[in-house]
Ligand binder design. Sequence first.
Ligand code: IPM
Ligand code: MN
Length: 352
Amino acid sequence: MKYNIAVIPGDGIGREVVEQAVKVLKAVGSKYGHIFELTEVDAGGCAIDKYGVALPEETLEVCKKSDAVLLGAVGGPKWDTLPGSERPEQALLGLRKGLGLFANLRPAVLHNALKEASPLKPEIIGESLDIIVVRELTGGIYFGDRGRSGNYAYDTEKYSIEEVERIARVAFDIAIKRKKKVVSVDKANILESSRLWREVVERVAEEYPEVTLEHMYVDNAAMQLVRNPKQFDVIVTSNMFGDILSDEASMLTGSIGMLPSASLGTDRRGMYEPVHGSAPDIAGQDKANPIAMIISAAMMLRYSFDLAEEADAIEKAVGSVLDQGYRTGDIMSPGMKLVGTNEMGERIIDNI
Ligand code: IPM
Ligand code: MN
């Protein structure tokens, strides 16, 4: 089979990690006999430099025509002084909205070999950690009305019943295949939009009698994630709370450099990117951890192309390399072997 993939390296370490993921895909393609047709396009800071806009129309068009999008990371200090509406991050928001990718899946899985790298005590982690954050991605305060007037600035959190329903269904559908437990995170003691969120999630839950639903305020959820992460399986939450809680959840797994993500809409096309950013402080130094990006590519094979065996092969290879003791700086611990971005990519390929 032939699959069309739009590749957006972006800025900073995005470019380096994407290079590794592309290598891995090529290796998988030749081993399993698939053709991954890659079209590289610009978005983010590099697109601002080249074309004056973070998301050139052509980039969005190429992505719309593709079966999936692989994205590294966007942004950096060079563009930090631009007005909000012109920043590199707008490329991400434009892609998510433009492709209708309302469901963002962020699995936080602690690999056995990385228990040392987790900042949590071994007794809190227990045998394993496996949480998935289902983040609403095209609504809420990210897309609500914002502006300034006089000495005020404002942003608006807004959710419709339909928006909450569809993300809730994604979460319950995932929960059915896992431990059948959903924690819906909101701030319903304060926010009206959260009260609507709660009502709608309750209603959707009735369609899934075998799944247990619990509601949790976001401040408590942030605390519970480090106090007792094992109580969580599927977390469903708004765009903003999901952004914050997924960074927190990622750290439980040792490093944000380990966390992949999939952004999905109503059809199979998705965008796949690591949860981490462009890390300008280590860009261009062969230090970045490419694992989040490589596992994101595995998620693409699984969710957009239905290539479960190939996705498993990548994930197993990552596991083997970690078991063999190879570590990038972010997940390094005493006695392990420090490797760079490129070598980590090569070793993963060797294990496929
Ligand atoms: C993420 C990032 C983005 C977000 C930024 C870069 C716009 O933090 O994907 O989590 O806030 O969604
Ligand atoms: Mn984020």
